[in-house]
Design a protein around this ligand. Structure first.
Ligand SMILES: Cc1cc2nc3c(=O)[nH]c(=O)nc-3n(C[C@H](O)[C@H](O)[C@H](O)COP(=O)(O)OP(=O)(O)OC[C@H]3O[C@@H](n4cnc5c(N)ncnc54)[C@H](O)[C@@H]3O)c2cc1C
Length: 400
């Protein structure tokens, strides 16, 4: 096993290559990225970086020197166009490289609005890459009218930044409530109120009919028939897994690149990790879009390439920053049927149960209960919903 190629120089790709060296792999490693910059963290793109509170240099996960020192060849600005699994080669920029083992960490792609409804007009932005956010930031100025299409975490974070910067902000969400896909009505209600308190116009159950304008967006017509003037549009309508390269190479696709519990794809010499990969979970299959998953799964794949034979057991956690609220999420709430609410001073947390089983927790400005919940979920412990909601319960004692 002398040459390992990793396609996708992002969160997972960076972790995977670092872990390979850390696990004692002494062959060649090539990390190939489509973007022109070294691997960077995306979460600040819709938070501190967009707000101007974070320097670009601090986004990079590791200094470029790290890759040199670790003898990891970085090929940047070089999208891979083809994988030939039979020949064990990848093609990029008129060149073909051979691998012994290949890992795909190709992330995901933002959904765009169709050009037929104005999605290609100037002033319409998606939020995925540093380039996207630099272009968006350049368009944002106090007093401008921003329309945010999609009330998920990314749309809401962008709305919070835009509002803080003094823009007039409207959020439209096609579903009945913001965050419907990912959170309980309690969490949606909390964030709706928070945004409204900051002057954001949150319109739920309303979609976009079309954007208006000749070359630059100047307005929007909504599905309730109303029309509004806008100066810029931020599109946060979800992502699709970056699985096209894998699909063209004949790998099995199933909500992203299908892997087994070890992170191996349908080709024995090809592995996948991060946003692009789905893996077995609780009798089904799941794909996660988070930093925790990208790092943990990538490190596991590195160990398994080295022969560890370990199964991936995700310990999901996620966060979101909006105004002065830090939301921290532990666990996965899929299938919940009950919510317990815990108030602690100014903080609140929503605990998701399926029957008597604790699945997940959304904690708002409540790091203490987030940590307790994370440890409880990891240990498979489920305090009763009544105990959690009782303000007299000593939460730490629940861990014993
Ligand atoms: C604005 C924003 C905010 C977020 N906030 C949070 C948060 O608060 N908390 C959280 O946990 N997660 C957050 N996420 C999600 C998190 O950043 C992702 O889950 C994580 O980056 C996934 O890592 P990855 O390595 O799978 O993909 P990425 O980091 O996206 O890296 C994939 C890389 O592969 C490259 N690539 C794709 N195809 C090719 C090809 N053919 N050839 C070469 N290179 C290729 C891409 O250009 C990209 O650079 C956020 C994401 C965004 C966009």
């Amino acid at each position: 096993m002398s040459h390992i190629i990793v396609i996708g120089a992002g969160q997972a790709g960076s972790s995977l290559t670092a872990k390979l060296r850390n696990s004692g792999f002494d062959g060649d490693i090539t990390l190939i990225g489509a973007e022109a910059v070294p691997p960077y963290q995306r979460p600040p793109l819709s938070k501190a970086y967009l707000l101007g509170d974070m320097e670009k240099e601090r986004l990079f996960l590791r200094p470029e020197k790290f890759y040199d020192d670790q003898n990891i060849t970085l090929r940047l600005g070089a999208p891979v166009t083809k994988i030939d699994p039979a020949a064990k080669t990848v093609s990029l920029a008129g060149e073909t490289l051979s691998y012994d083992q290949l890992a795909l960490t190709t992330g995901s792609n933002p959904r765009h609005l169709p050009a037929s409804i104005g999605g290609a007009l100037n002033g319409v932005h998606v939020v995925r890459s540093l380039d996207d956010v630099d272009a968006m930031g350049a368009d944002m100025a106090p007093g401008k009218r921003a329309l945010i299409v999609g009330g998920g975490y990314i749309g809401l974070e962008a709305a919070a930044v835009a509002s803080k910067m003094g823009l007039e902000v409207t959020v439209i969400e096609m579903a009945d409530r913001i965050l419907q896909r990912v959170a309980a009505p309690e969490t949606s209600g909390y964030f709706r109120k928070l945004h409204e308190a900051h002057g954001v116009d949150v319109r739920e159950g309303i979609g976009l009919d079309r954007l208006l304008g000749e070359t630059h967006v100047s307005g929007a017509r909504l599905t309730d028939g109303s029309q509004m003037d806008v100066d810029l549009v931020i599109v946060g309508v979800g992502i699709t897994p970056g699985d096209a390269l894998a699909a063209n190479a004949g790998l099995t696709i199933n909500n992203g690149i299908e892997t087994d519990a070890h992170g191996r794809t349908s080709d024995p010499n090809i592995w996948a990790a991060g946003d692009c990969a789905s893996f077995p979970w609780q009798g089904g299959r799941i794909r996660l879009e988070s930093v925790q998953n990208a790092i943990d799964q990538a490190e596991l794949v590195a160990e398994n390439i080295m022969g560890a034979g370990k199964d991936y057991v995700p310990m999901p956690w996620f966060w979101s920053d909006q105004y002065d609220v830090k939301l921290q999420i532990a666990g996965l709430n899929t299938g919940y049927d009950k919510i317990a609410v815990r108030h602690t001073d100014d903080a609140v947390s929503y605990w998701y149960y399926k029957g008597d089983i604790l699945l997940a927790v959304d904690a708002m400005n409540d790091p203490r209960n987030f940590m307790i919940a994370k440890r409880l979920i990891a240990a498979g412990k489920s305090p009763s919903a009544d105990a959690v909601a009782d303000p007299d319960t000593d939460m730490k004692a629940l861990l014993k």
